[in-house]
Design a binder for this molecule. Structure first.
Ligand code: 5GP
Ligand code: ZN
Length: 114
């Protein structure tokens, strides 16, 4: 999608602080971190606006995102634990309508919803 922020980051048109990249998935540090470690994992292709659009046709990339999340957790040394969040829709706080997963770690999140 031509005016999608994360499509532009995936295409390298907007710079990002990359953590991981392969043919189909990119991970980079959130510009406004909500925890000491805050990484976004996105399919490079605009597979879906959000988790609300996952189907049998596009779910393989979601599985791959979670394989990447496990790799990043090991790479970043998140042995103490981490949280994965995906916001779907404005009422859930989604601001960028390109499917993505937040990895959050390094803060005590045990007693909180987010
Ligand atoms: P959402 O609110 O849609 O679940 O998450 C979007 C995230 O993208 C937010 O945490 C926000 O800080 C992050 N973000 C927005 N614009 C940029 C950007 O240009 N670069 C990076 N690295 N993160 C961004
Ligand atoms: Zn996009």
């Amino acid at each position: 999608m031509s005016d999608c922020l994360f499509c532009k980051i995936a295409a390298g048109e907007i710079p990002s602080n990359k953590v991981y990249e392969d043919d189909t998935v990119l991970a980079f540090r959130d510009i406004n971190p909500q925890a000491p470690t805050h990484i976004l994992v996105i399919p490079k292709a605009h597979a879906a606006d959000s988790a609300a659009q996952i189907t049998a046709e596009n779910s393989a990339v979601v599985a791959h995102c979670f394989e990447v999340i496990a790799k990043i957790a090991a790479q970043e040394g998140l042995d103490a634990g981490f949280r994965v969040i995906t916001n779907a829709g404005a009422a859930a706080g989604q601001t960028v309508p390109h499917l993505h997963f937040h990895i959050l770690a390094g803060a005590d999140m045990a007693e909180k919803l987010l």
